[in-house]
Design a protein around this ligand. Sequence first.
Ligand code: AMP
Ligand code: GLY
Length: 424
Amino acid sequence: MNILLLGSGGREHALSWKLAQSPTCSALYAAPGNPGIAEGATCVPLDAGDHDAVTQFCRTNDIGLVVIGPEAPLVDGLGDSLRAADIPVFGPSKEAAQLEGSKGFTKDLCARADIPTAGYVRTSSLEQALGALTRFDAPFVLKADGLAAGKGVVIAETREDAEATLTDMFDGKFGDAGAEVVIEEFLRGEEASFFAITDGETIVPIGTAQDHKRVGEGDTGPNTGGMGAYSPAPVLTDELQEQAMREIIEPTVKMMAADGNPYSGVLYAGFMLTESGPQLIEYNARFGDPECQVLMMRLESDLVELMLACANGTLGEVAAPVLSDDFTMTVVMAAEGYPGTPKKGGVIELGIAEADGAKVFHAGTKLDGEQLVSSGGRVLNVTARGSSVTEAQTNAYTALDKIEFADGFCRRDIGYREVAREAQ
Ligand code: AMP
Ligand code: GLY
């Protein structure tokens, strides 16, 4: 079968690497792809925003499955356009992608389905938001409703800061995303991510992970898209995963179907593990980046079979995903300046980084003639396995230290919480 993968980051490199391993994958195309993806796929310059062009490409190239990596084309309805043309697609419809695209939509669904999540108020004017603030205690959790490239959530320590942030949000600092703002109760606990794939009815878990969103060691400095991750996240015990499936994931998928918006694709849930159990912080309608990289390295099942079953509504007929017992870790090498203005064009020499079973997924690279250079904020995802988080960490940093990238930096403490627990 011919497959088209949309996207160009480390997540898509990991997906393309896994898709290409499937015996049913005959030709793999990626749009636009990147130099790492190009090692195993044909990269094509398709614009995911041009639904007619994508549909036409699928017809011309006999595409039997489209995999949509990032959220923007999902929220933009590319899945609907492809389904209307009878092209199987892994990824939710525009309506269903609101689980990621609108914080207010998700909070209202949680309220209707009695799903454990932080108390909240939806506001659509500065006046209303300032009034609602009095119902919360510091720290204040303020969320622009729409997609804001991971920057739409602000935790304000004081009421003054919260008021200033709300003023910025309604002033358009986050563009259209801030036309509505959700104010939430602050939850305490450790965060972990849970992934499930679904065809709208059958739901199966596909792993857990823990990300590191702050740019600095010890979780300091500004938020990023994620500086590293490992899988599984042992804090999400089997018992907590079952509780989360029962109390959060299943009621969500059921409610979406009952509302006439069946959700198909991957559901990525961010949980706060509170004293009373997992509470939903957010949903994403796609795999996490860089969490996908560590999941794909552990996945032993045929990814094409699973994705196609989600697309065709036959997930109940295929074997559930099997993940290896190994731990995997990915460390992000970012370009100096990230997450502000990253320095682009820095020369990269991968050398023998992959010599001992590690895999370097490309996130923001391009070829300048023959030379690999950086082209974005997060540049490389150095991914390795081990029999513990500590061993996966050693292997990931050993591989990373073989790479020459003078303009790059990384956190040296990815996995620190679990490494400390393993040392006890
Ligand atoms: P989100 O984009 O919704 O995942 O939020 C980004 C980050 O903000 C999360 O990963 C949490 O660290 C933090 N956060 C979001 N909502 C809450 C909350 N209600 N209580 C505490 N922290 C939160
Ligand atoms: N790593 C966080 C995300 O993909 O949203």
